[in-house]
Design a protein around this ligand. Sequence first.
Ligand code: NAI
Length: 508
Amino acid sequence: MTAALPTASTIAVIGAGAMGAGIAQVAAVAGHRVQLLDNRPGAAADAIRSIQAQISKLADKGKLSPERAAQARSNLVAVQQLSDLAGTSLVIEAIVENLQAKQNLYAELEGIVGENCIFGTNTSSISVTAIGAALKRPQRLAGLHFFNPAPVMALVEIVSGLATDPAVAATLFATATAWGKTAVHAKSTPGFIVNRVARPYYGEALRLLTEGAADCATIDAVMREAGGFRMGPFELMDMIGHDVNYAVTCSVWNAFYNDPRFLPSLVQKELLDAGFLGKKSGRGFYDYREGASKPAAQTEGPRAIPTGITLCGDSAAAQALAQRLTQATIPFDTAPTADGRIAQVNGAVLFVTDGRSATQRAADSGLANVVLVDLALDYATATRLAMTCAAQCSDGAADAAIGLLQAAGLQVSRLADIPGLAVMRTVAMLANEAADAVYQGVCSATAADAAMRLGVNYPKGPLAWADAVGLPTIRTVLTHLGASYGEDRYRLSPLLQRHVFAGKTIHG
Ligand code: NAI
């Protein structure tokens, strides 16, 4: 096992902005002497004062002992010039996101620091290989990608460029771990792990909106209350800022030679053009100006509790409905299922979406009253579920299906009949992207899942989620989405295919 850098070694952080300050705090609390440098006069000293105040707050809350806090505060020193960094073991760069600026900085540093000094770049989108190309010893450089805010977010991506020495990556991995972080190894490819695998969370939501599936508030509520995500995609994009989020999407899309999986959205571009950058500018998908109120999610009004409910088969959805109806003392029968239906009531036949629209499924099956429900992270505890009805479905059958779901204690959001509903198509696409990252050797399956749980707080790693849903189901959903849209966007990762054919889960 490679050892972490000893706490006796000095760490330099260059760039005292949001990220640099956070990283300096992490290293100082971990026990290192930290030199902070910024080319804006006074910026490093200002940042140190605010980091010290943060550290004191942590001590007041009992999260750090008074002694450790005092030590951490005194560990921080502002320095004025690069030549002051001669004795450092690790230089972490968190300056402006510009290749030339980063290359120039490290090229100058090479003449100052010792042979064994490691360079860690916090870049979120620039190729580590390209930054290293300007160095005499590119093997000493790796990505050390923290997430914002660095003291809070547990994940650090250790990104290896083509020339990175594996021993350097291993030392950074051990050091980030010693600093209390969860480190994951990644190859320097566009978006690394998190910024690549997360694209469908925004992309599929933007497509749903564009196609009129529902409004933002409804899609957000479904993703939170059925999908278990901490924030809905639209509120999250508003928080990140559309300038930043759109730029990351474009950079990943461009870097992958316009792969349609990452295609940017005109709806988001329109917001950008209007200057509606999200929370920070007062408007985005939502209105944050004084007096504005957030629109409510579309929720079906109460229907009569239907009689004659039959729950079919033993899928997770059918089992959870049985549990919930039993708890609500609503009577129901049970029956096996031959065609995958999970329930039937007053002529309505309910299925979990398989990526076809309800209308197509009605046409394919010859059943008129087809009702589809979305995926839920956990059908037993979800508070809301999205559903949709075939164009052929009668109003009475739709009412009965909605009544059944409401009787089970669910808030029901009825979406337009788009294929794949919201949570299912998003999870399928997240899993597909994670699978391709693994397939292409960017990271391991375990790393992909940890990265998404810890870097963007997903309730489950996408690959573990796909395992739980069933890889054959994910394959079917993606295949049907591809057929519905006729787009390469939904093509299946060979890794998923291989596991389906092998009859194996990804995590074994
Ligand atoms: P920021 O704009 O808050 O801070 C950058 C700081 O670097 C500024 O204080 C600036 O004066 C200083 N600086 C610029 N050029 C310099 C140079 N040549 N020498 C010394 N100081 C210099 O930016 P932020 O958000 O902290 O980002 C920094 C880096 O971290 C970027 O590469 C960014 O892509 C990356 N990153 C940002 C995340 C975020 O959520 N903001 C998340 C993860 C990575």
